[in-house]
Design a protein around this ligand. Structure first.
Ligand SMILES: *Cc1c(COP(=O)(O)O)cnc(C)c1O
Length: 366
């Protein structure tokens, strides 16, 4: 066994930021698996062995693909594979706002459906837009990590299903496996996630699934490119391979992570995230803060705290780092400093969250 440590390294700051999150010693060791040739027999056997569990997490009977990139690779790829006419980009925070910019950079006709940060995207807003008949694709971030908003996916999906021409592209980077998402049942055409957030693995792997409709659409589009070509992924998936060299370390880590997830059980995993999230919520209220996200539309995997007490957020974060070797996030993009964020993704427990919250209380200015 290699003498590699992760969390015990000297000076390590434990991450409670909403991605990347802390990687367990077990996951990290699995990541450090010796190299294998990915066109030999070992890699396809590994991929095939984890596939049923991936399907279960994705809520699909369809293929689950593994891409060597962060989530943005597949987010951009989805636009390139599926947009022919025009894409509607739902915008409610830093990540979802950027999707409009990316659509334009890919040369796609695109329009934003904007709400104030902290507000959710509502089904009726989408219905009104799609009724114009202008759009053939829609992007939605399920859990907007910058604002702590979780959009009402089930109700939005019901609306999108009224428009069979519209490809429904959903980013679940910070919600995947923390709440159930039934891809097939909801009629999602692309469901994607990344490794370093809700899955608590090192960054660098994106996972996604496509519907049969999505692949049929892709087949009609001729400038899909190569690296994220959905049809290349599909053709290779049939042999449990990837179009180009996979990040095999991640896939060993994924196998290990799936063992953890299914040992805990999905229902227990969802309940744990919900419980830990409510502990953070209780801290927010008990300490005179407010939530940034509107009630009823809040994430289960992080909390975005509104700095209504007007504390010095950078000083608060750096006290936590210095005294307790933990990192929380001091707000993202235009809400830096006026918010701060705490993640409860990954392998956290009631004990580790309670400890963090205690330290946060101690580090608050009097
Ligand atoms: C972090 C994040 C992304 C971007 O992920 P990268 O790994 O930087 O590509 C996309 N969407 C959401 C919701 C995120 O939280």
């Amino acid at each position: 066994m290699l003498n590699i440590t992760n969390t015990t390294a000297d000076g390590h700051i434990k991450l409670f930021i909403p991605g990347p999150v802390e990687v367990s010693e077990k996951t990290f060791r699995a990541f450090c698996h010796p190299q294998v040739g990915h066109r030999g027999s070992e890699f396809p056997a590994l991929y095939e062995s984890i596939h049923p569990r991936l399907q279960q997490l994705f809520g699909t009977q369809g293929p689950v693909y593994l891409a060597t990139s962060s989530a943005w690779g597949v987010m951009e790829g989805s636009l390139r594979n599926l947009t022919q006419k025009k894409v509607l980009n739902c915008m409610c925070g830093a990540f979802s706002d950027k999707w409009l910019d990316v659509s334009k950079r890919c040369g796609k006709q695109a329009e934003g459906l904007r709400v104030e940060w902290g507000e959710p995207i509502l089904p009726e807003m989408i219905d009104k837009k799609l009724a114009s008949g202008e759009f053939d694709a829609l992007t939605l971030i399920h859990n907007e990590t910058s604002t702590g908003v979780m959009n009402p996916l089930t109700d939005i999906a019901a609306v999108v299903r009224k428009y069979p021409e519209v490809m429904f592209i959903v980013d679940s980077v910070s919600s995947f496996s923390t709440v159930p998402i039934a891809m097939d049942e909801l009629g999602i055409d692309v469901l994607l996630t990344g490794s370093q957030k809700a899955l608590a693995m090192p960054p660098g792997l994106a996972l996604f699934s496509t519907s049969e409709r999505a692949r049929a659409r892709a087949a009609t589009i001729h400038d899909r490119g190569y690296y994220f070509d959905f049809l290349e992924f599909h053709k290779n998936w049939e042999k449990f391979m990837t179009p180009s060299t996979p990040t095999t370390g991640h896939i060993w880590a994924l196998q290990s992570k799936l063992e953890d997830i299914f040992e805990e059980g999905l229902v227990a995993r969802y309940a744990r995230h919900s419980k830990l999230n409510s502990m953070v919520s209780d801290w927010v209220i008990a300490n005179g803060f407010e939530h940034f996200a509107r009630e009823g539309y809040r994430s289960k995997s992080l909390v975005c705290v509104k700095n209504n007490r007007d504390i010095n957020v950078p000083a608060f974060c750096s006290a936590l780092k210095k005294k307790h070797k933990v990192a929380i996030n001091g707000g993202y993009g235009k809400i830096k400093g006026v918010t701060f964020r705490v993640s409860n993704m990954g392998d956290e427990s009631e004990a580790t969250m309670a400890e963090l919250l205690q330290w946060m209380t101690e580090c608050l200015p009097a």
